[in-house]
Design a protein around this ligand. Structure first.
Ligand code: TRP
Length: 441
C-alpha cells in the first residue's frame, strides 16, 4: 500500500531535498538583497547581527518548519489543520500564502532585471570597460523603460511553466550541476574583487563592526533579511519538508542548507564591497547596488564575456529556483485545500502576481514598501507564530520526535526546545514592540 508520502510524491533522495531547499534559500536574497541591506545598515555591525539571527533564531525556525511539514505531509494551511484541527492556526498558513504572493510580486521585478543583464552580457556590453557613471546610467535606463515590466512578466511566465508541471527531476538534476558552478564563479569573482587596489576598505566595511551604527532598525532588517534568505516565515520550508522522506536525516540537511545559504551571502558581500570601494563608490546605495557595481569589474577578468554571461545566467537560475518555491506554496494551497487544478491555478496566480508586480516595476517607492512589508515584517510575524505553534501548541516533544524519527540524533535538542518556546518568541516580540514604540530610526 502506498504511504501518504508516496502518494503525494516527494524528493527522491536526501540530496534532492537539500538541493531543492538550498535552491529555494539561495537566490536574489543572497546576491542582491544581502549586500545592499548590509550597506544601508552600516556594514560590519549588520553582518554580526545577521549571523546571530541566522544561527540563534533562523536555524531553529527552519527545523520548526521542516518538522511541521514532514509530520503533516501537507502544505502550510493543511499542515496546521492536520496538527491543530478546529483552531485558528490554519490562518498562519493563510498568512504564509499571502506573504508568498507579496514576495513573488516584487521579487519577480528584480528577477526581470537579471534577464536584462543577461541579455546585455550576451551582447558583450560587459566585456569592455564600463565606468561607474555609465553603469549607473544603464541601470536607471532599465528602471525607466517599459522593458522592466515586460521582463518581470517573462520571469513569472518562466516560473509558471515549471510549477505547472510540478517540480520535475530536471530541476533537481540541473541544480546539482549548476549550483557548484555558480559557487565556482562567485569564488573567482570574489578573488578578483579582493585583489583590486583599495579592496581592503571594502572588507573592513563588511567585517569590522561599528556598533555605534546599531539600532532597532538594523536588528529588524537583519532578522528580516536572515528569514528571507533562508526562505522562512511563510511555510515554504513546511511545504518542502512535507516532501522529505521519513527515512532521511533532517538535522544534517537543515544545517547544510543554512551553511550554504550564509556562505553564499557573505561571498556576495566579498565581491561587491571591495569592488565598490575600489571604484570609490558610496557604501550606501539601494536596490541597484549589485547591478551597478558588478558590471564595472567584469572587464578586469580574463574571459570577461564568459564571466558576465555565466554570472547573470546563473543568477537567473538562482532566482528561478527561489521563485519556484514561492509559487509552489501559493499553488499547492489551492490544489491541496480547494481541489483546484494545478494548471489553471498556476496561470491565474501568475497573472494576479503580475498585476501586483507592475506598480513595483513602475514606482520605486511602491517597490520598497512591498519589500519591507512582505520581505521583512510579514516574515518576522510569520516566524513568531510558527515558533509559538511548535513551542506551545503542537509541542516541542512531538517536533523533536519528528526530527529524530529517521534515527538521526538532533544535536542540542534541549537548547532548540528552549529557543523555540522562549527565546525566539520573546526576542522577535521584543524587536517588534521596540519598533512599534518608535525605537530606532
Ligand atoms: N530565499 C530566497 C532568496 O534568498 C527567497 C525566497 C524564496 C523566499 N522562497 C521563499 C523567502 C520563501 C521567503 C519565503 O532569494
Amino acid at each position: 500500500m502506498a504511504t501518504p508520502s508516496q502518494a503525494r510524491g516527494g524528493f527522491g533522495s536526501r540530496i534532492g531535498f537539500v538541493l531543492a531547499a538550498a535552491g529555494s534559500a539561495i537566490g536574489l536574497g543572497n546576491i542582491w538583497r544581502f549586500p545592499y541591506t548590509a550597506g544601508q545598515n552600516g556594514g560590519g555591525a549588520f553582518v554580526v547581527v545577521y549571523l546571530i539571527c541566522i544561527f540563534a533564531l533562523c536555524l531553529p525556525v527552519l527545523f520548526a518548519e521542516l518538522s511541521i511539514g514532514r509530520a503533516s505531509q501537507k502544505s502550510p494551511v493543511g499542515a496546521f489543520k492536520a496538527l491543530a484541527p478546529k483552531s485558528l492556526w490554519p490562518l498562519v498558513g493563510g498568512l504564509g500564502v499571502l506573504t508568498g504572493f507579496g514576495i513573488l510580486a516584487f521579487y519577480s521585478v528584480v528577477a526581470g532585471w537579471t534577464l536584462a543583464y543577461l541579455g546585455w552580457a550576451l551582447t558583450g556590453r560587459f566585456a569592455g570597460p564600463i565606468g561607474p557613471e555609465e553603469s549607473e546610467a544603464m541601470f536607471n535606463g532599465l528602471l525607466s523603460s517599459p522593458m522592466e515590466v515586460v521582463l518581470a512578466g517573462v520571469f513569472l511566465l518562466m516560473t509558471a511553466v515549471v510549477v505547472r508541471a510540478g517540480v520535475q527531476r530536471g530541476i533537481e538534476r540541473a541544480c546539482k550541476v549548476l549550483m557548484p558552478l555558480f559557487l565556482l564563479i562567485l569564488v573567482t569573482l570574489a578573488l578578483r574583487s579582493l585583489t583590486l587596489e583599495g579592496a581592503r576598505e571594502g572588507v573592513e566595511f563588511l567585517f569590522a563592526p561599528d556598533f555605534s551604527k546599531l539600532s532597532v532598525e538594523v536588528v529588524i532588517s537583519a532578522l528580516g533579511q536572515a528569514l528571507l534568505s533562508l526562505s522562512l516565515g511563510m511555510g515554504a520550508m513546511i511545504t518542502y519538508g512535507s516532501y522529505l522522506s521519513r527515512r532521511d536525516g533532517m538535522p544534517g540537511a537543515g544545517i547544510s542548507v543554512a551553511l550554504a545559504d550564509t556562505g553564499i551571502a557573505i561571498l556576495a558581500g566579498l565581491i561587491i564591497f571591495p569592488a565598490l570601494f575600489a571604484a570609490g563608490g558610496e557604501a550606501q546605495g539601494g536596490a541597484g547596488l549589485v547591478f551597478i557595481v558588478l558590471p564595472t569589474i567584469f572587464h578586469k577578468l580574463p574571459a570577461a564575456w564568459f564571466f558576465g554571461v555565466a554570472f547573470y545566467g546563473l543568477l537567473c537560475i538562482a532566482a528561478l529556483t527561489s521563485t519556484l518555491s514561492l509559487m509552489e506554496v501559493i499553488v499547492s494551497y489551492f490544489v491541496d485545500e480547494h481541489r483546484m487544478s494545478r494548471l489553471k491555478m498556476t496561470w491565474i496566480m501568475a497573472g494576479a502576481c503580475f498585476l501586483l508586480a507592475v506598480p513595483s516595476a513602475l514606482f520605486m517607492g511602491f517597490f520598497e514598501t512591498q519589500d519591507a512589508l512582505w520581505g521583512n515584517y510579514a516574515l518576522i510575524v510569520g516566524s513568531l507564530l510558527i515558533s509559538l505553534f511548535v513551542g506551545w501548541k503542537w509541542g516541542v516533544r512531538s517536533a523533536v520526535a519528528e526530527i529524530t524519527r529517521s534515527g538521526h540524533a538532533m544535536p542540542l535538542a534541549a537548547v532548540w526546545g528552549f529557543v523555540i518556546r522562549f527565546f525566539a518568541p520573546l526576542a522577535i516580540t521584543a524587536i517588534l514592540v521596540f519598533r512599534l514604540l518608535g525605537g530606532g530610526t
